[in-house]
Design a protein. Structure first.
Length: 274
């Protein structure tokens, strides 16, 4: 039985359902008592189903399953959800989960809509170094998405305070201090993973003369640019004039650039295949 198609259709729905359940936190005292347990259960179900999808792909081929544009976008979505769940095990952030899981749902919807979700031509065998490179880049992408999400919420909370609007949104969002700290911490995590992934990728490029490696390649320049960009955000506390609000704005810009590039990758693949 081919399980990839049902899972591909189901995953965006599960992530959007989880985002809706997390959004019930904004109801304050009117939040249903069952919603907290339900949001965790649905998110765990979504992640387990997502892992199952990649396991199905892994059993069908001799290559690492995170290959091809749509599978890569799907892997970024899964890694973002897992990293968010890990970061919020001890300090639940339901109001943040609404935004993060909505982004995850959109990414998975793009991956599902512009499939097929199969390993592309020239897929990498299960080489440990290549797998390390892929995993580091996935973790970096997930951390950068979270940094942008926290940055957006930081600006929302900041404007609420300036306008003296202390409604449900203000009460349920984390404090400015926590949001600004998470912007920098997730950017730092992304910076570290990008550092590892970039260096491993450069090493692989030099070790495989069949594929010519050039530092002037647009993809390499883009990754190096992101590395510098999020390094600035991560260490913004030590940079004069770069306060939390400006760092949050930069994180949002990085998030939009990353999401746009992933969407363009998927649509270009679809147009070229037609």
């Amino acid at each position: 039985m081919n399980l990839t198609q049902p899972l591909t259709v189901l995953l965006p729905l599960l992530y959007f359902l989880a985002a809706s359940l997390y959004g019930m936190a904004y109801a304050g005292d009117k939040q249903p008592t069952w919603s907290t347990r339900a949001q965790r259960s649905v998110l765990l179900l979504a992640m387990a189903s997502h892992l199952w999808l990649f396991w199905v792909h892994a059993t069908k081929s001799d290559v690492f399953p995170v290959q091809g544009v749509t599978l890569t976008i799907s892997a970024v979505a899964l890694t973002t959800a897992m990293l968010f769940r890990f970061l919020t095990i001890r300090t639940p952030q339901a109001s943040v989960g609404t935004l993060v899981l909505s982004c995850v749902g959109c990414l998975q919807l793009i991956a599902s809509a512009f499939g097929p979700m199969t390993a592309g031509e020239g897929a990498t065998p299960r080489d440990a170094i290549a797998i390390l490179h892929i995993l580091m880049m996935l973790l970096a992408s997930a951390a950068l998405i979270l940094s942008g999400a926290y940055g957006w919420l930081h600006l929302v909370q900041y404007r609420q305070m300036r306008r003296r609007v202390f409604g449900s949104l203000f009460r349920n969002l984390p404090s400015l201090e926590l949001l600004s700290s998470m912007v920098r911490r997730t950017a730092l995590a992304g910076f570290i993973c990008l550092t590892l992934g970039l260096n491993v990728g450069i090493g692989l490029g030099h070790a495989r003369p069949v594929h010519e490696f050039r530092y002037g390649d647009p993809q390499v320049i883009l990754i190096i640019g992101l590395w510098v960009y999020f390094g600035v955000i991560a260490f913004s506390r030590r940079i004069p004039g770069l306060n939390a609000r400006r760092a949050s704005t930069m994180a949002i810009g990085g998030l939009l650039a990353l999401l746009t590039s992933l969407a363009l990758m998927a649509t270009n693949l679809s147009f070229h295949a037609s």
